[in-house]
Design a protein around this ligand. Sequence first.
Ligand SMILES: [Zn+2]
Length: 153
Amino acid sequence: MARLAPRPVATHETTLTPLQESCEACGQPLWVAYHSHRDVMTLSGQWHLTLVIHQCVQPDCPNYHRRHRPEAEGHWALPHGEFGLDVLALIGQWRFREHRSVPEMHQGGSVRVTAAVVSRQQLFSAEELQPRDYLQWRNLQAQSQQREECRRQ
Ligand SMILES: [Zn+2]
């Protein structure tokens, strides 16, 4: 499903550089091939990551033009992931340790986070954390609100 709202603007940014500075095959220094960019939503906010990509430039090296991405990139998110590992861990904790239902997670956190890697009804895409079926999503929200109102009375 296409994104319904624009991606939030990054409020934090950082640059990640590979730790390895020389080619493991020929020992020559690695050069910067290009800079890559990605945005990751974490519990601390939206981050804009600038990734420095290195490569060996010795034409006779077996690793010639082989790209080296920053090792720290894997600490932020899964490959091609839009959400940080901390967000996925929080949802996993809510769902599998605390056995919260989707409506309970709605009330405990933001709608974006509670969306649901965790939904038994598979309403949401794990990667986008957005509803696949918007009508069902709205019905689920309405049911959740009704239950909450019944509890208050
Ligand atoms: Zn090399």
